[in-house]
Ligand binder design. Structure first.
Ligand code: BG6
Length: 504
């Protein structure tokens, strides 16, 4: 890392300071960065929101949040005291120009005090409806003028569809340079997701196999046991396609399918990823019917607890047509991937919480063993488990010990837990550090976001125009609707799952 983080005086202004994202992710991430020595010597965190709070009240709130949500457990008193001196609160009305003048004054005061010109990071941890007004007011107050020093971080969802994401990009690019805009997709900050690039491009053994000649199909499966929890109002207007496929799953697909970048610079990596999105086959309404499946959960029992169906969740329309499950078969039309299906699925209230990428290789060209030896024959697979298990497995055939020739599939495993003793940082620690360092590699560029929207718009249109007649169509604690099994079974495959704690 060429930039010395210690010398980068930084001010974070967190819109949505009293909100859930700050409580669960941002504050614990900043605290852990502090503990691990990754914060600048001079830093300040200014939380802002409508609730009137004093600095001390805000500090107490964040301490409670950190004690509850930080990966490093409860804060140590001495460490907390040093850290919390840098936390402030400003009650604000985001529509009022005075709010922004006040931020300006605070930044000036810190700069005078620290005798330097600080980096200022505006973090928009608020509902997307507020992105335009905040961005415009930052600009009107002339707080965005220095592209070297000022950055803006935008949480997903980035737009609601292609049109709105274009509008938002247009608005932001009228105020900020692209190099100032950090669009978050928190999956990109996950240790195991970053490792996909390391695995592919720091090893020579995979590349010769990494194409249509050897790979039969790819599966990307992000399943969750949780329902929509308290987020019914947001989720009911979004659904699984917008919430997960448009961003996290397509980003995973890009990492699997991208060409090797010539170097690790942000734009080079993002160019190679956007190439994949551009090469993805667009859907006709007919393709949507054949290659995309939607589902919505019914009530059921999860881990001994009765859980409501989606339509009975708080703040959800009781006749909602929103999908809580989506499975799609995509193709990447280029030389490397022609004809290789990429099956993506995601859903809530499913049997297991697990994010897994499975690369299934083609079968051997000729079977030399007697059929009885190969009864449990299994094609080679590479399984990248992102969470909760953090591992990479290669499934190969082996001879079972014994006097007769019997083959069965065994796993060669690289497991983070068994290999490293250091705890992996949370995704938000990586992303906040990169924002401070000005490294955009793990952030979404405007064109990537638009390409991903363009790809899924035909599916969204078809689903909106044709309401599902069979919702809810899967029960809680299942693997989703039967049609999702059929989608992949038609091609002769099945969804792969890893046993977690011994349970499938
Ligand atoms: C968020 C989605 O982006 O990702 C949520 O809005 C989803 O609906 C979450 O639950 C999943 O993230 P993770 O890190 O828990 O896999």
């Amino acid at each position: 890392m060429s930039i010395n983080i210690k010398s980068q005086a930084t001010i974070f202004v967190i819109f949505g300071g009293t909100g859930d994202l700050n409580a669960r992710k941002l504050a614990p991430a900043l605290y852990n960065l502090f503990l691990d020595g990754w914060l600048p010597e001079k830093f300040s965190i200014i939380g802002t929101g409508r609730t009137p709070l004093t600095d001390d009240q805000f500090r107490t709130k964040l301490l409670d949040d950190i004690n509850q949500f930080s990966r490093s457990g409860k804060a140590e008193k001495a460490k907390w005291e040093v850290f919390s001196k840098n936390i402030y609160y400003q009650v604000s009305d985001i529509n009022d120009s005075e709010t922004y003048k006040e931020f300006g004054k605070r930044v000036e005061a810190h700069n005078a005090d620290w005798k330097t010109k600080s980096n200022v990071i505006y973090y928009l941890a608020v509902s997307p409806n507020f992105f335009p007004i905040i961005a415009s007011n930052i600009s009107k107050a002339k707080l965005a003028a220095d592209p070297e020093k000022v950055r803006i971080v935008i949480e997903k969802p980035f737009g609601h569809d292609l049109e709105s994401s274009k509008e938002l990009n247009k608005l932001l690019s009228g105020i900020f340079d692209e190099r100032q805009i950090y669009r978050i997709d928190h999956y990109l900050g996950k240790e195991t997701v970053q490792n996909i690039m390391a695995f592919r491009f720091a090893n020579s053994i995979m590349e010769p196999l990494w194409n249509r000649n050897y790979i039969e199909h790819v599966q990307i499966s992000v399943t969750e046991q949780l329902g929509v929890e308290e987020r019914g109002d947001y989720y009911d207007g979004a659904g699984a396609m917008r919430d997960m496929i448009q961003n996290h799953l397509l980003q995973l697909l890009c990492l699997v399918a991208m060409e090797p970048p010539v170097n690790f610079s942000a734009d080079e990596v993002r160019n190679r990823k956007v190439d994949v999105l551009r090469a993805m086959r667009r859907f006709s309404p007919e393709d949507v019917r054949n290659s995309a499946v939607r589902g919505q959960y019914a009530s059921g029992w999860m881990q001994g607890k009765e859980v409501p169906g989606y339509r009975k969740e708080p703040k959800v329309n009781p006749e909602s047509n929103t999908e809580t499950f989506a499975a799609v078969k995509f193709f990447v039309d280029n030389w490397r991937w022609q004809g290789v299906p990429f099956y993506l699925r995601t859903g809530k209230r499913l049997h297991q919480s697990a994010s897994i990428i499975t690369i299934q290789f083609k079968d051997v060209p000729h079977l030399v063993f007697p059929t009885e030896a190969a009864e449990s024959w299994q094609q080679n697979r590479l399984i990248i488990s992102i969470q909760p298990e953090m591992s990479i497995r290669i499934q190969v055939q082996a001879k079972r010990p014994g006097l007769d020739m019997v083959l069965n599939a065994v796993d060669m495993v690289f497991d983070y837990k068994g290999t490293y003793t250091t705890q992996a940082p949370e995704a938000y620690e990586t992303l906040l550090l990169d924002t401070m360092l000005g490294d955009q590699t793990l952030f979404m560029r405007g064109d990537q976001v638009e390409e991903a929207w363009a790809l899924i718009m035909p599916i969204l249109h078809t689903w909106v125009n044709k309401k599902s007649l069979n919702f809810p169509n899967y029960s809680a604690d299942s693997w989703g609707p039967e049609a999702a099994e059929a989608l992949i079974a038609r091609d002769g495959f099945t969804w792969f799952t890893l046993p977690i704690n011994g349970k499938k």
